[in-house]
Design a protein around this ligand. Structure first.
Ligand SMILES: [Cu+2]
Length: 106
């Protein structure tokens, strides 16, 4: 009986640490929506271009010196965050488009 209780608690604990979420940021009318998000370590952020025609990219200058490729309406770009921190980004061709991903330890 004691063993059973331990096993249930162990599974519960494991699940809390193992769930990684996907969080979506839309790109529309040259804006990141929402521009500022907070996610947990291990989560994946997916940027979705829902413009009619306009391409964009998502450039974390603190992480990559080289500008990433553009992505077009209907396409996505994703990043999985494995370290806590504050990550600022912008769109290379439209530097007025900015956003922040804050990554926290749950
Ligand atoms: Cu853009």
């Amino acid at each position: 009986m004691k063993f059973k209780i331990f096993l249930v608690m162990a599974l519960f604990h494991f699940n809390i640490g193992a769930i990684a979420k996907e969080v979506t940021v839309d790109i529309f009318k040259k804006e990141f929506i929402p521009a500022n998000i907070t996610v947990d370590v291990g989560d994946t952020v997916i940027w979705k271009n829902i413009e009619k025609r306009q391409y964009h990219n998502v450039w974390f200058k603190q992480l990559t010196e080289e500008e990433p490729d553009y992505f077009f309406p209907g396409e996505t770009f994703q990043v999985t965050f494995s370290e806590p921190g504050i990550y600022n980004y912008l769109c290379g061709p439209h530097p007025q488009m900015t956003g922040t991903v804050t990554v926290v330890v749950p």
